[in-house]
Design a protein around this ligand. Structure first.
Ligand code: GLN
Length: 202
């Protein structure tokens, strides 16, 4: 007899809003593990990189010897980056043409940091996210919270656009098992993006 084990999701817990992801994952029945050291990546099925400050997350990942391990993990397993996490997953990020921060360079997306500027650095709006219909009959738009958010400036290779603002600016993308959202689904009561990520893991 085989026993079905729960999906185990790691949260990169160097900095940022990882606790909010853990709360939603527990609610939908996934097991969670906080990841700060390379060996903690062993035995997990997927990883979430939370929002926060991408330069800080990148520098700590270098200091903790995680960069190469995370790259190897992402070549085989699912990773979802929210906001700063989406920046860290990208091949290239820029802010006013300035580029300099450690990136995982796993996803063929270019990300513009702090793309909404300072005054209107945070806002909420509903976005269409058609892929969510694969896991839920609920067709209501997703209420997206943007906090000093980046934008996905371009997608290349096999990366696909999953969601845009009404004017076409890209706010979510996917490449195989890699998922990037520039908004924060962990701050809403809506667990559809978390369940979508679990479908990529399983
Ligand atoms: N502005 C942050 C950065 O550039 C991202 C903000 C967030 O994760 N909410 O890293």
């Amino acid at each position: 007899m085989t026993k079905r084990l729960k999906t185990k999701i790691g949260l990169l817990a160097l900095q940022g809003s990882f606790r909010e992801h853990i709360a939603i994952l527990k609610k939908i029945g996934a097991k969670t593990v906080e990841v700060r050291l390379p060996e903690q990546l062993e035995g997990i099925d997927g990883l979430i990189i939370p929002g926060g400050e991408s330069t800080t997350i990148g520098k700590l990942a270098v200091d903790f010897g995680l960069l190469e391990k995370l790259r190897a993990f992402g070549r085989e397993k699912a990773i979802w980056g929210t906001c700063a996490g989406a920046i860290f997953l990208s091949k290239d990020s820029f802010q006013a043409a300035h580029r300099q921060q450690p990136l995982l360079e796993l996803m063929d997306i270019t990300v513009e940091r702090n793309a909404f500027g300072r005054q209107i650095a945070s806002f909420e709006t509903d976005v269409e996210f058609p892929a969510l219909r694969e896991i839920s009959p609920d067709e209501t738009p997703f209420h997206a919270i943007f906090i000093r958010a980046p934008l996905i400036a371009s997608v290349a290779g096999d990366a696909e656009i999953l969601s845009t603002l009404p004017d076409g600016r890209i706010v979510a993308a996917q490449q195989g098992r890699l998922l990037a959202t520039v908004f924060h689904p962990e701050l809403t009561g809506d667990d559809r993006v978390h369940r979508y990520f679990l479908s990529l893991v399983e």
